[in-house]
Design a protein around this ligand. Structure first.
Ligand SMILES: CC(C)(COP(=O)(O)OP(=O)(O)OC[C@H]1O[C@@H](n2cnc3c(N)ncnc32)[C@H](O)[C@@H]1OP(=O)(O)O)[C@@H](O)C(=O)NCCC(=O)NCCS
Length: 135
């Protein structure tokens, strides 16, 4: 049975093991303790999924709890995927900040996932990567 928690932030090693066990690990700076630690520490809405003592999923967001929730990472261990854990993590993220719209960037492996859950594509999204100069 999977249990969900919104009252715990996994430590770096525990989170790193989860990210390493799905394709998100290659797309996040999990090997950089300072950077990965900051990602975990400064997210202010983290929902986790557990199989006993094992962390099997995470939804890591930054929310203002009034208008916008940025869903920065959604990850479920490979062996636990396609059992509804990702959907439940997003449901709980939305429930924690019901007036906020959820905004995210889909990883290539998940471009077909979010529309399936009811998300709509927004053509006016803009990015400025780290190091890119504001002109
Ligand atoms: C994407 C991810 C979070 C989905 O989590 P999950 O627990 O496997 O998804 P769910 O079981 O909640 O799936 C819900 C539905 O989407 C479908 N689905 C799951 N993964 C999908 C994918 N990659 N593409 C399209 N549909 C997908 C499921 O079959 C299910 O279908 P249903 O409506 O018929 O029940 C998970 O596969 C993952 O961690 N992937 C690697 C990391 C990643 O890419 N994260 C996203 C970063 S933006």
């Amino acid at each position: 049975m999977i249990t969900y928690r919104n009252d715990v932030v996994p430590d770096i090693a525990t989170a790193r093991a989860l990210y390493a066990d799905c394709s998100l690990g290659a797309r996040r700076p999990t090997g950089d303790d300072a950077r990965f630690g900051a990602m975990l520490a400064h997210a202010n809405l983290t929902i986790t999924a557990w199989d006993g003592a094992a962390l099997v999923g995470i939804s890591r967001s930054l929310s203002d709890f009034g208008f916008t929730t940025y869903l920065a990472d959604l990850a479920v261990r490979d062996a636990y995927q396609r059992h509804g854990i990702g959907r439940e993590l997003i449901r709980r993220t939305q429930r924690a900040a019901p007036q906020a719209k959820i905004v995210l960037l889909a990883a290539p492996a998940a471009v077909d996932y979010y529309p399936r859950l009811g998300f709509h594509h927004h053509p006016q999204a803009w990015l400025l990567d780290p190091g890119e100069v504001v002109r």
